[in-house]
Design a protein around this ligand. Structure first.
Ligand code: NI
Length: 165
């Protein structure tokens, strides 16, 4: 396993639509392991493959203290409700912004063994999953800001409410 460098805006890797994973082979298993290690080292609660320069639809995430989940080709099949969140992104250090996310989502995809999985998530976990699926579509949370004044600059070591995802 290895900690990979995280791409920072305006790296063009963050703006491409990633490709579907076709074969879940050894290189995908290594990618997932490296992404988990990179996410934990950051530290963050979620990471998408384009953030480490790999244009594949792979995301990993974990609520603090909970088991890491890896999802391949994830798709939101249902979303409901709305809530305001303070969000940050490992690829946009030094900023956080207020945006709207779904209250709950249902997502389907494959796990690292290739099994079909369906996950229902709400609140922070729903936010993380929406954020990571945005990443594999080349979308960043700043795209959801209603206006520029919803974005705030923060000190690098400032303890904030925003989640680094
Ligand atoms: Ni992010």
């Amino acid at each position: 396993m290895a900690v990979l460098p995280i791409r920072i805006l305006p790296d063009p890797a963050l703006r491409r639509k990633a490709k579907r994973v076709r074969n879940i082979d050894g290189s995908i298993q290594r990618l997932i392991d490296d992404m988990i290690e990179t996410m934990q080292a950051a530290p963050g609660v979620g990471l998408a493959a384009p953030q480490v320069g790999v244009q594949l639809r792979v995301i990993v995430f974990a609520l603090p203290g909970e088991e890491v989940v890896a999802l391949l080709n994830p798709e939101v099949v249902k979303r409901s409700g709305e809530r305001l969140v303070e969000e940050g992104c490992l690829s946009i250090p030094g900023y956080q912004g207020e945006i709207k996310r779904s209250l709950s989502v249902t997502v389907k995809g494959r796990d690292r063994q290739g099994r079909q999985v369906r996950i229902r998530a709400r609140d922070l976990l729903a936010e993380i999953i929406e954020h990571e699926i945005d990443h594999i579509n080349g979308v960043l949370y700043i795209d959801h800001l209603e206006s520029r004044d919803k974005l705030r600059e923060i000190e690098p070591d400032q303890d904030t409410e925003a989640t680094a995802i």
